[in-house]
Design a protein around this ligand. Structure first.
Ligand SMILES: Nc1nc2c(ncn2[C@@H]2O[C@H](COP(=O)(O)OP(=O)(O)OP(=O)(O)O)[C@@H](O)[C@H]2O)c(=O)[nH]1
Ligand SMILES: [Mg+2]
Length: 208
């Protein structure tokens, strides 16, 4: 008789200044959609997505934090609880890049080295407004010993690779990097339209 192994769950917390595109990255990944209207995240939003991998299935629990200053006190407990921290900045906003140092420091304070940190330079489609080069992003990531990728939630650039990179780095996921696209299964998402949901009410497939 076939045995059913328990679903491995991983918590990811999305951090970074206001308006850098944290929610947009998640929305692109979950629904392959993008909205140009800015709707600031209030408090913390939760979404979850099941990724069907070559030899196992993992559940990613995504905690989307608010960049607005007034919600900062909520964040440390989510950092403490997460095995992955995605720290985003806007490549067209140098201050948001400089501030990633504080975010990384905060994650290190809470989690030490027991955490996967990914630095994400978002909005690469804003070519004429770019203030932070890919080299600067890459060298900061190297200096601080974190992973690095540039994305555009708007253009849908590098969003799947970002999550694939994370999945490959998850503990016990050594074979994941060889996962082929054809091995993935798509599952339809059922959403109530409210992004703050019970962790077990929302799920989806990942074709990445
Ligand atoms: N051009 C461009 N605009 C983007 C991109 N990603 C997000 N935006 C826009 O930037 C604004 C902020 O995006 P959000 O995803 O709400 O940013 P956030 O980091 O979640 O902001 P907070 O919830 O306030 O912390 C919105 O108007 C988005 O449409 C991108 O890749 N390119
Ligand atoms: Mg947001």
């Amino acid at each position: 008789m076939a045995t059913v192994s328990p679903l491995a769950k991983y918590k990811l917390v999305f951090l970074g200044d206001q308006s850098v595109g944290k929610t947009s990255i998640i929305t692109r990944f979950m629904y392959d959609k993008f909205d140009t209207t800015y709707q600031a995240t209030i408090g913390i939003d939760f979404l979850s997505k099941t990724m069907y991998l070559e030899d196992r299935t993992v559940r990613l629990q995504l905690w989307d934090t608010a960049g607005q200053e007034r919600f900062r006190s909520l964040i440390p407990s989510y950092i403490r609880d997460s095995s992955v921290a995605v720290i985003a900045y806007d490549v067209a906003n140098r201050q948001s890049f400089l501030n990633t140092s504080k975010w990384i420091e905060e994650v290190r304070t809470e989690r030490g080295t027991d955490v996967i940190i990914v630095l994400v330079g978002n909005k690469t489609d804003l070519v004429d407004k770019r203030q932070v080069s890919i080299e600067e992003g890459d060298s900061k990531a190297r200096e601080l010993g974190v992973m690095f990728i540039e994305t555009s939630a708007k253009a849908g650039f590098n969003i799947k690779p970002l999550f694939r990179k994370i999945a490959a780095a998850l503990p016990g996921m050594g074979s994941l990097s060889s996962t082929k696209q054809d091995d993935m299964v798509d599952v339809n998402l059922k959403s109530s339209g409210n992004s703050y949901q019970n962790p077990d009410q929302q799920g989806g497939g990942c074709a990445c």
